[in-house]
Each structure stands twice: as structure tokens, then as C-alpha cells.
Design a protein around this ligand. Sequence first.
Ligand code: FAD
Length: 419
Amino acid sequence: MANNDIETVVVGGGAAGIAAARRLCQANVRCLIVEARSRLGGRAWSVADPSGSALDLGCGWLHSADRNPWVAIAQEQRRTIDKTPPPWNQRSPAYGFPESEQREFLEAREQFFSRVSEQAQKEPDLPAAALFAPGCRWNSLIDAVGTYISGTELERVSARDFDNYDDTGVNWRVVEGYGATIATCGANLPVMLDCAVLRIDHGGNRLKIETTQGTIVADQAIVTLPSAIIAETEALFAPTLPEKTRAAQALPLGLTDKLFLSLEGAEEFAKDSRLFGATDRTATAAYHLRPFGRPQIEVFFGGQLAAELEMDSERAFFDFAVSELTGLLGSAFANRVRPIQIHRWGADPFSRGSYSYALPGMSDCRTTLAAPVDGRLFFAGEACSPRDFSTAHGGWITGVAAANQVIAARKHAQSQKTA
Ligand SMILES: Cc1cc2nc3c(=O)[nH]c(=O)nc-3n(C[C@H](O)[C@H](O)[C@H](O)COP(=O)(O)OP(=O)(O)OC[C@H]3O[C@@H](n4cnc5c(N)ncnc54)[C@H](O)[C@@H]3O)c2cc1C
């Protein structure tokens, strides 16, 4: 397709951009995904481990799977859906965490979530951490779980936004990879890879999308960039759009990184079980043992801990995990684990974090970020979703919504012309 034939440019080829372009193509809108990376998928990314199994370095769980549109896409692609309940809904092995304490923790966590829900209805909005029970022994561990959910400590997270997240409690996985499913969904769409958008000039009659491979002229654009990139790139729009910059700054990307380890003698542990490295501090990792029954451990690092380890090195993640695991399981355990793969999402220039949270008082910024400008700049991406933010299905839902807005705007413009 020649660049001057394009009606709508989709900026970014992650879950939202792929969903948007797919919908536009269905409606016969001539569109083009412009993607900075040399692959589609963005924060959805599956790689193969040495045995050929898919490791999801980004999204892995089909959250709210009973209403998650990616389930149907995975089924269309004849993928294998694994419905084993997630480890966070099961009792952990007792290492360093006796069953009686686990019960206490789960009760404290539920009470915390209830207080957050209650507070969410009231003014003013508060940091979620303000809802910790004073002096409760489990606050640090609840905060650690917060760093896996939001990618940051709960002191920084809006209680209202945290409560707005809509989770049906059904969590499945794609054996061949969630990232692979999303990238495959985009495989037949018109795409320019290795093509970073530098500026979107919306001052003239048509949009000029300036990229590292030249300028593309179009009628509309759907911007699906991660909120951190919009927040940090004020000159992305010409003229600038200060309300978008401010909204994106209120929706920072939290940080969660996953390290995959190989595990010798894996049968000692139950499939899909979980350990916490420690129960008395926030800076601890969560260890998903034998994901899909594989001889591996999928380690989650969140918030400040992940940020500090990223500043150090990939090796630092492994050393931290080994120190926690040997603390729980004995020093000989160090010989049973080897690093397979990690990706540092904070250092990744095209994501600059893992998923969005809202600062206290700022949950409405999701709607501000999603609002169209002048009937020709449209916005999508997980951060735009008021209830499914931080997820790949949030990306899909906002992408389709933005594409539908484009289709309606084009129809409207057409009817004005013919009137
Ligand atoms: C470690 C980790 C674990 C996660 N776990 C889950 C999970 O279990 N379940 C779940 O649902 N979600 C999970 N997520 C979140 C999920 O991956 C994201 O919410 C979702 O993939 C975001 O999709 P998106 O399209 O909004 O953004 P992105 O995927 O970030 O897409 C934006 C695209 O824009 C591109 N881009 C950036 N800059 C430019 C530029 N200048 N020009 C052109 N293109 C550009 C990027 O390369 C990217 O492809 C996880 C994320 C991480 C990092």
C-alpha cells in the first residue's frame, strides 16, 4: 500500500493496536500499523525455552477468561487453553509459611480488599496503603502482592482505581503462549515494523505521522502507545496536547519482571504451586513452581525491588532469587536452578514499564486519556480502560472501541460530504 493511500494509522502494534487494525480491516478502512519494534505484540511476547516450550515474558494469564476476547482468538488459532487454577488461589507449600499463617494472611488480605472497596465509594480517594490495618503483621506481604498486581507499592496506588479493576476470578493460560497468540492475530494485518513514530502533526487538514522511515499522511490515527511514552514525550503531538500528557503522567507504568529458572528434581513440588520468598517484607519475589507442570520456576519481581534489580543487572535477579530460595529450601537448592530468560520491561525503550496504575485521586485520567481529539486522533491501550487496565484484554477492548470510533467518524464525514 502506498503511504498516501492510508486512511487510518495505528500507532503501536501491541494487543490494542492489533485489535484496532483487525476491526478497521473488517470495516474496509485502509489502515497501517506502525510499530517501533521488529516484532508485533508489544508487552505480549512469547519466546521459546531450550526445549521449545513457550515462555511468556509479558502477559501470561488470560484474566477474566470467561469474558476475555483473546480466548476466542486462541481457539480460532487452535491453541491449547490450560484451565488449571492459578497458584494465587491455592494454598502454598508450607516452606517458611505454615498453613495457620497462610489462613491468617488470606483473611487479612480479604479484609484489606473490602476496606479498599468501601473507601473507593468515598471522597477523597486515598492511596490504597492508607487502608492497611494499623500494626497488622501481614501489611508488608499484602504490599508485596500489590507490587505484582500494580507493579508498585500500594502507597502510590489510587484505592478507587485499584477497586475499579473488574476481575471475574477466572484465569486461564495458553500453552503455546499468550504473546504468540496476540502476535499471530496481527500476522496478516498491514504493518510497518522497525518504524518508530516520532511526531504526530495534527495542525493541518490531514495528519502527518513522522516516523523513522519517513512521513505518512492519514485522515485518522489511533495512538496505542504505553502511557509512560505519552507521559515522557510531550513533543509527540504538534500542537502539543497537554491534557493527554497530564493524564498519562497520572497513569504511570508499574514494574513487574519475570525470571524463568530451570529446576532439577521438580517433582518434589506440586504443579502450579507458589512460594513467597519472605512473608515479612515487601521486597520479596513470588515463585510459581512448575508452571504447566514444567521443570521450571517462574519468578515475579515487582515495584521498587524490580526497579533496583533492573538498575543492577540481569544476574542480580537470579542472585536475589537464589538467596531467597536457599533461605527457604536450604543451601543445596542453589545447585538445582539455572537462569533461562528474563526481560527488563522498565529498561525497554518501547514500553518503559509493565502495566499502568493510577496515582491517588487520578482514576478519572483513564477516561481523559481515552477521549478522542478533533474527531481524528483516537486513543487505545490498556491504560485507557477504566476497568480492564493493566491487561491484554483491556488492550483489545480499548483497541476495538477506538476502531469503532474511527469507523463512526468516517461515516459521519462521508455523510457530510454527500449532504
Ligand atoms: C511482566 C508482565 C506480565 C504481565 N502479565 C499479564 C497477564 O498475566 N495478563 C494480562 O492480561 N496482562 C499482563 N500484562 C500486561 C499486558 O501485557 C499489557 O497490558 C498489554 O500487553 C498492553 O497492550 P497495549 O497494546 O496496551 O500496549 P503495548 O503492548 O505496549 O503496545 C504498544 C506498542 O507500541 C509500540 N511503540 C512504542 N513506542 C513506539 C513508537 N514511538 N512508535 C511506534 N510504536 C511504538 C510498542 O513497541 C508496542 O508494541 C503483563 C505485562 C508484563 C510486562
